[in-house]
Each structure stands twice: as C-alpha cells, then as structure tokens.
Design a protein around this ligand. Structure first.
Ligand SMILES: [Zn+2]
Length: 284
C-alpha cells in the first residue's frame, strides 16, 4: 500500500507546488493491517491526526476553503508566501482566520524553487533556488516568521517547503531553519507512521483534481496504517492545482462526522502534541 502511494507520487512535479497526486490515480485499496504498535496517542482517543493545509496564500482559500472549515468547525493551516499580493490585499481576512484558530504557516518570502527542475520555466531568475544560498534562504525564512508575528501575534509556527525542494545552491537549507519551527513539511506522501515521524521533515501529499471519494479514501487509508495524514491543497474551487469546492466539502463533512477517529487541527497543534509526548516519554 505504501509502495503504491509512493509510485503514484513519482509523477511530474506540479507547477508552483509540491509533487501532486494526479486526478486519474485510483484511490488506494484499504488493507486490514494490524495497527502500529507504537501508535501516537492523540487527544480524545482519536486514531489519526489530520492536517489540512493550504499553500501560497490564494484567494479561493479565503473565499471557499475557509468558510467551509468554519461551517464544519475544523481548523487548518494556511501557508502564506509573504510576497504574494493577497497577503497585503487581504490582510484583514488572513488576520481574522488566525483569530478563528487557524494557523498562518510560513511558506517563505519568495517561494524559491529550482529553475532547473523540468517544467519550472515559471521560476524567475531572482527567485531561483539554484542561485540562492542556504544562508539567504535562512535569513528570508526568519524574516517571514517576523512578518507572520506582526500579522497574528504568534511565536510558534510551522513551515512548508516550496515545491518540496530543499537544495539552495546545492546545500540543504532545512537544518539552518529547523530550530525556528515546531515542524517542517516536505514532499513524500500523505501518511506518516509514528516510527517514521521526524518533525523537521514530515511528508505531505498535494492532491490535485481528486474527487471527494478519493480524498476520503486517502484519510481512511491513514486510519488503517498511519498515525498522521498531511494533505496540502492549493486552489479550492478556483485558482490553480485545484480540487473542486464539492470534493473539498465532501472531505470536510467526512472528517467532521468522524471526530472520534480523526483529530483534524492545525499542524502547529499536532506538532505541539508530538513534542509534549516526546518530552513525557523521555522524562526520567
Ligand atoms: Zn507553494
């Protein structure tokens, strides 16, 4: 099952985003494997933590995704690219989302990705990760944290790596920024088992064009064999790399009606919980 997901993920990199699961991909088959013996304990006995995330600071996230989350009483993480025009244009709306309990996550200042990746001809020279040093990325990501603090007053937050690409001029910049974050999302897949959970490199899947049934199948497969599921959306009912408003709505309705099984919350809350459990288990 895990192999199947990894195979599905090895498709072409999606524009401006993380590697995406294509719409044509069949939903994973469920397997009745035994539960992980070392499963994380989540609040209220939930079996799986679910992080719904929305990258790039897109209008459809404020106009479609956020109202749906509010309607279902679910919390999520919005990873802002701080240079995106919507951050300034819709500052009050982003600030309101944070007040409603959602996380404003860091998605860098300029969304640097590698210009040499096939299909990345949209990468401009001044925002090419191949020509940005790791130290420059560290400085910019930390400034992005300061800007987010000015927006929401929060000190703790998480990061999602633009395009899932971590090599700045050939050097992995994540070790330079890891101390500033509770958790960092990288590319990989939707499911993470307890044994594989590394806060500085938590894998995430970016679904594009999937139906509600396919999205629900993804989180159900996590209940069968994972402890944590990370789905990163871009457009919802608009913009790019989108899922439809209907598919998104179906997923939220499913999660909201199965709260005993799924703890859907911000990635910040999930990683705070992981950190607290790690502290407890390492206490003498
Ligand atoms: Zn992005």
């Amino acid at each position: 099952m895990r192999k199947l997901l990894l195979l599905l993920l090895s498709g072409p990199l999606a524009m401006a985003g993380l590697p995406a699961l294509p719409a044509s991909a069949a939903p994973p088959q469920f397997q009745s494997q035994s539960q992980s013996q070392s499963a994380l304990r989540w609040p209220h006995g939930a079996r799986v933590a679910v992080s719904l995330a929305y990258d790039d600071a897109l209008d459809s996230q404020l106009d479609v995704a956020l109202p749906a989350l509010q309607r279902h009483g679910l919390q999520a993480s919005f990873y802002l690219q701080l240079s995106h025009p919507s951050v300034e244009r819709r500052l009050a709306a982003w600030r309101r989302a944070a007040r409603q309990g959602h996380e404003l996550g860091n998605h860098s200042l300029f969304h640097q990705c590698s210009g040499s990746t096939p299909g990345h001809d949209w990468v401009t020279p001044q925002r090419d990760l191949d020509h940005t040093t790791a130290a420059q990325m560290r400085d910019q990501v930390l400034i992005a944290n300061a800007m987010l603090y000015a927006i929401d007053g929060q000190r703790e937050r998480t990061y999602t790596v633009p395009c899932g690409e971590t090599l700045a001029s050939g050097e992995d910049y994540l070790p330079l920024i890891a101390p500033a974050f509770l958790g960092i999302k990288v590319a990989g897949g939707a499911l993470t088992a307890r044994a594989a959970l590394r806060p500085a490199a938590v894998q995430v899947l970016a679904p594009v064009g999937l139906s509600g049934a396919q999205l629900i199948a993804l989180v159900r497969s996590a209940a069968a064999e994972g402890d944590l599921v990370n789905l990163t959306f871009h457009g919802v009912g608009g913009d790019y790399l989108s899922v439809s408003a209907e598919a998104h709505e179906a997923l939220l309705a499913y999660l909201a009606s199965h709260r005993e099984q799924y703890w859907t919350t911000t990635f910040r809350n999930i990683m705070r919980h992981v950190q607290a459990q790690n502290h407890r288990s390492s206490a003498p």
